[in-house]
Design a binder for this molecule. Structure first.
Ligand code: PHE
Length: 335
């Protein structure tokens, strides 16, 4: 038996060395280790080995099996690395490479990133909310009554279930106050939707940046200071900023902000709406939250909102707002 083991060992190892391809090696594996292979067959002979010799013969059989198995594995590895080398031999490393295409950042995104960075320096955190909103978050909670023109079916995209595409990011003011007590200091950039006829200066989907600051004794002076600082950081210190009285249902008093700066061609441009959060909005929050943390007798706040698309257009000299969304590479590569 021991002589048989020894000759099987020599034969198997020689066959492994001789195998040149993976299928050769697989055939060797089958021949020696397969279910009816030579080694299992030999192992069946254990039955006839005298008792005293069983231990040493068993040991020799196990050693044979282990040695053949590891020689097969080594053979697999050698074949695989030979195949790797062969495939690399055909690669000409001196050929020039393919330059990766470099993308660029969309002008709207560039403006958004800059705006976000300025507000973050002033301690504003990013907040967001869904584009598909309830009428309550978009209008009722913002003191906008059912007969208000903004709620008109001709101005707003309503879904069959009564929800709508938010017409402004002011919904995030409500979402944020629902979810946390004051103080609140957030900005919320995002999409807004209106049923506008699409033309060179209008899109049905555009981008707004909302802001909200609520704490004890927030004043109009802080509103002015914050937005003046923001626009001067954005456009440079030579920027003139003008606050004009205006009306929004959810702020009182309300203002529109006009900017005059070299970057925008030195003419006044209406850029943003803002104001002090209307007490009616705080009352709606108290009702909703069933607490008084937003009691208008204890907290005040300011809010602002502006569109980014037209601003990006004016800053970059883009003549038609639709270019911002057409994804034409000839346009996008310019930024
Ligand atoms: N939501 C207003 C708009 O879309 C802008 C605004 C935001 C005004 C916050 C006041 C306060 O026109």
């Amino acid at each position: 038996m021991e002589a048989q083991i020894e000759s099987l060992r020599a034969e198997a190892l020689a066959a492994i060395t001789a195998a040149r391809t993976a299928p050769d090696l697989a055939a060797v594996r089958l021949k020696y280790l397969g279910r009816t292979g030579a080694i299992p067959l030999l192992s069946e002979g254990m039955r006839d080995v005298p008792k005293e010799a069983k231990a040493s013969v068993g040991k020799a059989l196990n050693a044979l099996r282990a040695e053949v198995t590891s020689a097969l594995e080594a053979g697999d590895r050698a074949l695989a690395s030979a195949a790797d080398e062969a495939s690399l031999a055909e690669v000409d490393l001196t050929l020039p490479g393919i330059a990766p295409l470099r993308g660029s950042i969309h002008p709207l995104t560039q403006l958004l990133d800059r705006a976000v960075r300025i507000f973050r320096r002033m301690g504003f955190a990013l907040a967001d909310g869904p584009d598909i909103e309830t009428e309550w978050h978009c209008f009722d909670a913002l003191n906008t009554p059912p007969h208000h023109p903004a709620r008109n079916e001709l101005d707003t995209f309503y879904l069959p279930d009564g929800r709508l595409l938010r017409t402004h990011t002011s919904t995030v003011q409500i979402r944020t106050m629902e979810g946390q007590p004051p103080p609140v200091r957030i900005i919320a950039p995002g999409a807004a939707y209106r049923r506008d006829e699409v033309d060179a200066t209008h899109l049905a989907q555009f981008t707004q940046m909302e802001g909200l600051y609520v704490a004890e004794a927030v004043s109009v002076a802080e509103l002015k200071g914050t937005l003046e600082f923001f626009f001067q950081e954005l456009f440079g210190t030579g920027t003139d900023i003008r606050f004009r009285p205006h009306f929004f249902p959810f702020t009182e008093p309300s203002f529109e902000i006009d900017i005059r700066t070299a970057a925008l061609g030195e003419r006044w441009m209406e850029l943003a709406g803002c104001g002090m959060v209307d007490p009616a909005v705080f009352e709606a929050m108290c009702d909703r939250r069933r607490d008084r943390v937003y009691d208008p007798e204890t907290v005040t706040g300011f809010a602002f909102g502006f569109g980014l698309d037209r601003l990006a257009m004016n800053l970059t000299g883009v003549p038609d707002i639709r270019m911002l969304v057409e994804n034409d590479l000839r346009f996008l590569r310019q930024f």
